[in-house]
Design a protein around this ligand. Structure first.
Ligand code: SF4
Ligand code: SF4
Length: 528
């Protein structure tokens, strides 16, 4: 544990810590472009120069490890002058197209120019021109003129995905980032290069020109794309985004978590929010009688669901919950099953196609809460429920979200089973072939429109927050189940997600002692 002083402040850091990270621990920012804690050291941008008391010249902090007795100065006149010169060098050929650049407002050229530059430009020659708006792959656009050749994107593709699509080509001030011949930036994590590009050279094709970043609101959340549960931020726009009509989620960005996803997320998760404002969203409750479809108010729909459930014997009713539902919803499903007196509850519907998995983040299980559903005791036999429905032994089925006609079951048999139901209730976010058959359709809020918790494959319970209002009349599933329970006469005190979580933590040993506060922003492991 070397002990050193930085700007006169003493600190002890683990061996191997570089000066940028040691200074960060003291709250001192050493400006840098090419250094990234998740990548190898390149020492390329030269901006992180600091003074060491025994060195004749300023030294780069990224490639200097803290040593015992070291005296570091990050703010001497010599360091300030060096930074100014390096900023001027980085901006010599920069096009300064901030007014039309998506990075404006979160660009490290802008930020560092204001903090460490503020020189009068001396460049009188024509700037070197390079290709602009070059698609590198389905998600990423390159503006080579804006690139400062920090090589973060190259190192990401070499070291993190191992796909090596990018390189730096040509020499001197004609150097530019590009794809190797025949390569496309199609790896499953390509969007991360946009996040780590410190400038506006790599922009997100989905987000480009949608909205200025200073109009974005942020909510801390958890990706629901697979069982990893990557920590993310949901960025929403109070202003209508420019092109995509009605789209409210502007983008998803990774949120650092040392043990879950570090700095990264996959493209599948990053771009997996189109359903939220899709035209297929269910926005009001519906009753279907033969060919007739009636729109309902909740005050009509909830009693209709309760009446339908009351009409059947307990052993004629089954609930098909989903591992896409939050813990709070699943606990409400359990409470409903107990109230109805049915033991026919399941959540596992096999997908028609197997999911891909890798060693970085992506999990084969494309559900965020399979582990939670297991721990909450909902692991019944869904295939047997469908068989009993087809045989007429089950007469009332409530399906939560699943498109069972596109599962790994023979579609003709599944269709026959659904059409035999005397009462088919469907709740979910979007219309599907199941909602088209259901007698009662209940619109559910999407995960970005509500709060809750999910339990990832390792058993980490993580909170996601509400980023948007639910579309139309949609409600979180725990709320609509709670209303049905209340109409059935059950003593339900839970109205918010947090109440349902409190109830489940009091009843299920794996969650004992957990609260929303104790889960916080980093999550909490379930008890073994
Ligand atoms: S494109 Fe961005 S990340 Fe890649 S080298 Fe240029 S500035 Fe760095
Ligand atoms: S790895 Fe899974 S949880 Fe992470 S971003 Fe991708 S889909 Fe989402």
């Amino acid at each position: 544990m070397p002990r050193l002083t930085i700007d006169g402040k003493p600190i002890e850091v683990p061996a191997g810590t570089n000066i940028i990270e040691a200074a960060r621990l003291l709250g001192i920012e050493v400006p840098h472009y090419c250094y990234h804690p998740g990548l190898s050291i390149a020492g390329q941008c030269r901006l992180c120069m600091v003074d060491l008391d025994n060195a004749p010249r300023p030294t780069i902090a990224c490639n200097t490890q803290a040593a015992d007795g070291m005296v570091v100065m990050t703010d001497t006149e010599r360091v300030r002058e060096t930074r100014r010169s390096i900023m001027e060098f980085h901006l010599i050929n920069h096009p300064l197209d901030c007014p039309v650049c998506d990075q404006a407002g979160e660009c490290w050229l802008q930020i560092y120019y204001m903090k460490h530059g503020l020189y009068d430009p001396r460049m009188v020659d024509d700037k070197v021109h390079k290709p602009k708006a070059v698609p590198l792959g389905p998600h990423v656009m390159l503006d080579a003129e804006r690139c400062i050749l920090c090589s973060r994107c190259v190192r990401f593709c070499d070291e993190i995905t191992g796909t090596g699509e990018l390189g730096i080509f040509h020499r001197g001030d004609h150097s530019e980032i590009g794809l190797f011949p025949g390569a496309d930036l199609t790896n499953k994590y390509s969007g991360n290069v946009v996040d780590i590009c410190p400038v506006g050279a790599l922009t997100d094709r989905d987000f480009r020109f949608q909205v200025r970043v200073w109009y974005l609101d942020t909510a801390r959340s958890i990706c629901q794309g697979c069982a990893r549960g990557c920590n993310i931020e949901v960025h929403t726009s109070r202003r209508r985004p420019h092109h995509a009509q009605g789209r409210r989620v502007a983008r998803l960005k990774p949120r650092y978590h040392a043990e879950v996803n570090r700095w990264w997320i996959c493209d599948e998760g990053r771009y997996g929010f189109a359903f939220v404002d899709d035209a297929s969203r269910l926005t009001f409750p519906v009753r279907r009688e033969g060919q007739a479809v009636h729109e309902l108010l909740w005050d009509e729909a909830i009693p209709a669901v309760a009446d339908a459930l009351r009409r059947h014997q307990p052993d004629e009713i089954a609930l098909l919950a989903s591992p896409k539902m939050a813990n709070e919803d699943l606990w409400a499903v359990r409470a409903l099953a107990e109230r109805l007196g049915t033991a026919r509850v399941a959540f596992r519907v096999p997908p028609a196609a197997g999911g891909d998995q890798d060693d970085l983040l992506i999990r084969a299980d494309k559900n965020p809460n399979t582990r939670g559903a297991e721990l909450l005791g909902l692991d019944g036999d869904a295939a047997a429920i469908m068989a009993d429905l087809r045989a007429g032994a089950i007469k009332c089925l409530w399906i939560f979200g699943h498109d069972v006609l596109h599962a790994a079951w023979p579609p003709a048999e599944a269709f026959e089973a659904l059409t035999r139901a005397q009462t088919l209730i469907f709740s979910g976010t979007n219309a599907s072939s199941v909602s088209a058959l259901a007698h009662l359709v209940l619109p559910a809020a999407a995960w970005v429109e509500r709060e809750g918790t999910v339990t990832n494959f390792e058993g980490r319970v993580q909170r996601f927050r509400r980023a948007l209002d639910p579309l139309g009349a949609a409600l979180p599933e725990h709320e609509l189940i709670g209303r049905v329970l209340a109409t059935l006469g059950a003593p339900v005190s839970a109205t918010r997600a947090e109440h349902w979580f409190r109830a489940l933590a009091a009843a299920v040993p794996a969650f004992a002692g957990m609260t929303y506060a104790s889960i916080g922003d980093t999550g909490q492991m379930v008890s073994p």
